[in-house]
Design a binder for this molecule. Sequence first.
Ligand code: DX5
Ligand code: ZN
Length: 227
Amino acid sequence: MSFRIAPSILSADFGRLAEEVRAAEQAGADWIHVDVMDGHFVPNLSIGPAVVEAVAKVTSLPLDVHLMVEDPARFLKPFARAGANTIGIHVEACRQPQRSFDEIRELGARPCIVLNPETPPESIRALVPEVDQVLVMTVNPGFGGQDLIRTTLPKLAEIRRWIDAQERAIDLVVDGGVCLETLEDVALNGANVFVMGSAFFQSGDYKLFVERVRALLEAHVDPSAGG
Ligand code: DX5
Ligand code: ZN
């Protein structure tokens, strides 16, 4: 299994965003995670397509765009055109997810389904074969820096079993409260992509942080980690 580290720029210094993104890439991050919030689906506002376009210009890393917005179908095209490689939509926010997955693929991006901590995994079971990625929220979306909700861990494990029953690779992303202390638990429950906002950007030394994450994964989870 390939492990991926995806720093969330929500916790970066927005006044030095280009520098922060370049530093994350130089430190060995695999993806850049972009949290888009509309003030309706979540009680916060964050980033729009213009910022995604600016980020795409300063990095060659894939941009993993997480839409925490009502009716996300309205925004698929602007974010795909801005350079999103993956577009995640919440199952709680869209009426016809399959239609959006088709549109995301037509736009040349990878579709991802996202679910909130209290949303039962069954709500996305039928959608697993249709996506390239499932993202499990392990905090209530809206803010960085919250503690991981441990009752979400069995949900990760269950979705990992559904993914492994498919014949193609589907990424299982964990988002919220992931840090050096919780990494092993989320990885052992099946996540292979680790979104890290505050833990990454407050670490002080991004390169050292990435090394520590990879060392933990290699030591405790999978000897072939990082491949
Ligand atoms: C929360 C966002 C997360 C957040 C993670 O609404 O979806 O991506 O930035 O931040 P940390 O890693 O600090 O929990
Ligand atoms: Zn996110």
